[in-house]
Structures are given as C-alpha cells and as structure tokens.
Design a protein around this ligand. Structure first.
Ligand SMILES: Cc1ncc(COP(=O)(O)O)c(C=O)c1O
Length: 472
C-alpha cells in the first residue's frame, strides 16, 4: 500500500470563519454549494438580506441588532424559544462532565431515561419508544412498526389529502404533494381519503381487507392548519378497532404541547396505536425524533431477539446530548406551564384574529387552529386585483401570484420586524407557530402590526411589496 508522507489540508474554513461569513459570501456559498433554487424564494421575500447573529427567547437578532419577533417558530420546532437558558445549562453541564454520546455498544442511561419519560407522558399503552433524529425518521419508524404488527396481507396504508409526513421515500408515499412526489417510484399500496371524512374511511376499510394501517396528522400543518372535530377521532378509533386497522397519529408538528395538550389527539380523549414526535422534542437545540408505539404493537413487530434489530437502533438515535436535551425540554414543558400557556395564548390569538377578520372581511377568509398552531387564510385575490397590477405580478413566482400571504409575510418582516410562516399546499394561508413561551404582549404586537399592514388595503400591500422588489 502506498502511504503518503504528507496529507495536505484542503482550504477549509474554521469555526470562527463560519461565524464571521458576511452576507455576500453566505449568499455565494449557499448558491454554489447548498440550494440555488431556494435562494429565489428568499429573495422574493427579502429574507436573503438578513444575517442572524444571535437568537434568544422570542427573537432572532440580526447583524444590525434588529430584533425579529418569531411567529414562524421553525414550523413548531421552538416550543421553548431560542436558546432557553435551562436547556443550554443542561447541555453545557453534559459537555463539561465529558459524558459519552455514542451508545451503540453499551446501554445508554440517557436514552433509557428519555424513553421512560415519553412513556410516562403518553396515554394508554403508548410505552415503547424508538429514537431517531428527524420527523421523517420517526414517521418511517411509525409506519414500519404498524405494518409489521398489522401482519401479512394487511400492508395497505390509508392517508389523507393534503397530508405531510416527510420527504424520505417511505413517508413520501403517504405525503400528498405532487411536487414532492414528482417522478419518484413510491410505495404503491396506499389509499387516499379526504382529511376528517369518517365515511370515506369507513368505505375504504369495508371495501379493502388489505388495509392494515391509517396514518393521519392530528392537525394538518402543511395543509394549512386543518383540524377535525373530536367526534371524528372517536369514530376513527372505533372504526380501527372494528376492522383491526392500526392508527398512526403524526404529532411531529402538533405534538409537544403546541395544541394546548401534550398530544393533539388528547383533545378527543382517544389514543392511537402509534405516534411520532420530533421538532420541539429537541428543545430547539438538537435533532431528536421519537416513535412511540403501544406495547402490543411494538412487541408484535420487534419484540423478540431475532426481530429486535429489524428497525433499530439508529446510529444517532439515543445520542447522549440529544437525549438529555429532550429530557430537559420535557421537564420544562411542565415546570414552566407551557402547555397551559399554549392553550391560553392560542385562544387569545384566535380571538384577536377573529376581530381582525370582522374588520377586514374582504381580505381575511378564515382564522382557525388549536393552541399556538394557528392558520390565517386570505381570500384568493388573483382574479380581483386591478388588471395592471395583475400583469405586473404575473412575472412573479407561481406561488406568490394569487397569494396575499407572500406579500404579507415579506412586509411583516420588512416593516414590522416580525417573521411568519407560509404553507406548502395552500398559498393563501400564513401559519403562526410562535414559541410556547409567547406572552399576550407578543400576540398584541403581532396582531397590531398585521392590523396596520392590512389597513393599507390589498392594492397598497401589493404596491409596497412590488416597490421593495424594484429596489433589490
Ligand atoms: C406533520 C409532520 N410530519 C413529519 C415531518 C417531517 O419532519 P422532518 O422535517 O424533521 O423530517 C414534518 C415536518 O415538517 C411534519 O410537519
């Protein structure tokens, strides 16, 4: 073997170099090495002009010390806000004590404790935990455990219109986006039903005995914050029991207290067979996903030594610091009363937004949600704008043309220092998922700013947006 005398270090940036990258270089590297197409959207919304220096609590802080109020909340990943001091302290102590991270060979006290906590919180027999590092991975685990427990000949999966369960290949098969699914070859044993339609599900179960699993977000996020009433979930539970179909509840976005209960399905007083968490489970500091299955389901799938390794462990599932971050996060959720705060502030936010809807009925079509998972839907104005403006915005991106949400999002940031989120499948909806530490003063600041913006009228908003594009 040829042993080189010297291995030359490539031209690498250091950690300090990374922290010091300025906007032009960040943009250049993003374009060259990460995702050139995504830059197009960032430019449209004006997000490309901001370089975040720090983040604390409800705020991002940029290069000019501008404080940006975060009502986007990483699509529900920031229940504790940015850099919660207790989460930081737990992580720093873990590092200072030189605890081990990778636990493939030995038992991990951190993974064991996190699993015990999740079982303690989860109702019914939801006791068995698989740990991973993303929502997609947790959902892959959920679908696989259910498929194995459903048994041979019952591998068909029911999923909902406008669902989002992740972009890895398995869960992409039950994610209802023609764009994301594209030309990929997916699992074809699936049946699609309208979300919240119990009769469609009943019909599917009765028509096809090969259906063994149904997967639903308890609150649809990517679909535009869509809920179903408690009776739907109660009837679903009964129907699943009758047909021996396993119900997988995707709580990746709506779980961890966001809806005003730890799990959104708890509002209906029923328990699924399998569920999944991610996003805020990592305390806003680390990547943690968890599948939680009922003991019976798990034991059927992987309960014996010869089946135990079929799905697990994952290299980074149960990694030490991620686990202790999640343990601290779960404790904080209760110690700081964040679930109750989510219910309270969410109700206040909905109430104030309903006031805005009454004030601007021609602009706001609907406001809806549960806890601090709120959607605000604008009327589609693509056909009602004055012809001249319509022709000007016709050159904009397909997603923005008929949608006020893009213009509102861009101007909320530009003029009011507030960040909101958009919605994959419904371009007329802005998603509001602020950290669960949100206070009524934050809600007031957000709603007052939106009120001020909407008072410009649709034409005013579109013109102001276009003006900022021209200046770019
Ligand atoms: C409901 C739901 N499931 C699954 C996922 C996938 O999670 P991740 O992006 O961590 O893979 C998401 C992400 O947005 C989600 O909202």
């Amino acid at each position: 073997m040829n042993i080189p005398n010297e291995i030359k270090k490539p031209n690498l940036l250091s950690v300090e170099d990374a922290k010091a990258l300025d906007l032009p270089l960040m943009t250049e590297y993003f374009k060259k090495y990460l995702n050139p197409g995504q830059l197009h959207f960032m430019k449209l919304l004006g997000f490309n002009k901001i370089r975040i220096e720090r983040a604390e609590g409800m705020y991002y802080i940029d290069q000019n010390d501008r404080q940006i109020l975060d009502f986007f909340g990483g699509f529900g990943s920031l229940a504790f806000g940015h850099n919660h001091p207790k989460i930081l302290a737990a992580r720093i102590a873990f590092q200072n004590e030189k605890r081990h991270e990778i636990a493939m060979a030995f038992l991990s006290q951190y993974a064991a404790a996190l699993a015990k906590n999740l079982a303690e919180i989860s109702p019914g027999h939801l006791d068995m935990v698989f740990l991973g590092s993303s929502g997609s991975e947790a959902m892959e685990a959920a679908v696989k455990v259910a498929e194995r427990a459903a048994g041979p000949g019952r591998s068909k999966i029911v999923y909902a219109e406008n669902s989002f369960h992740g972009k890895t290949k398995g869960v992409l098969s039950i994610t209802d986006s023609p764009l994301y699914r594209g030309q990929f070859r997916l699992v074809d044993d699936t049946v699609r039903v309208p979300f919240g339609d119990i009769e469609a599900i009943r019909h599917a179960f009765e028509a096809d005995p090969e259906i063994g699993v149904i997967v639903l977000e308890t609150i649809q996020g990517g679909g535009g914050i869509v809920t179903a009433p408690p009776e739907f979930w109660q009837q679903l539970r009964a129907l699943c029991d009758k047909h021996k179909v396993l119900w997988v509840a995707d709580e990746v976005q709506c779980g961890m207290g966001r809806s005003g209960r730890f799990y959104a399905f708890e509002h209906a007083g029923v328990v699924p067979d399998v569920t999944a968490l991610a996003k805020s489970l990592g305390g806003g500091k680390s990547a943690v996903g968890a599948m939680i299955a009922s003991r019976d389901v798990y034991m059927k799938a992987y309960g014996k030594p010869n089946t135990a390794l079929i799905h697990g462990p994952a290299t980074f599932g149960g990694i030490g610091e991620a686990c202790i971050t999640a343990i601290e996060a779960l404790n904080l959720l209760y110690d700081e009363g964040l679930i109750a705060n989510s219910a309270q502030q969410g109700a206040y936010l909905l109430d104030r937004l309903k006031g805005l809807q009454a004030k601007y009925p021609k602009i706001i079509k609907d406001v809806r949600g549960q806890g601090l998972m709120v959607g605000l839907e604008f009327h589609d104005f693509s056909q009602t704008l004055p012809a001249l403006l319509r022709s000007i915005i016709s050159v904009l991106d397909e997603k923005l043309k008929g949608s006020l949400s893009g213009f509102v999002g861009a101007l909320m940031l530009r003029d009011y220092d507030i960040l909101v989120a958009f919605t994959e499948y419904n371009r007329n909806v802005i998603r509001l998922e602020p950290p669960l530490i949100c206070q009524s003063a934050d809600v007031d600041r957000f709603v007052d700013a939106l009120d001020d913006l909407l008072s410009r009228g649709i034409v005013g908003i579109v013109k102001d947006f276009l003006a900022s594009q021209v200046k770019q």
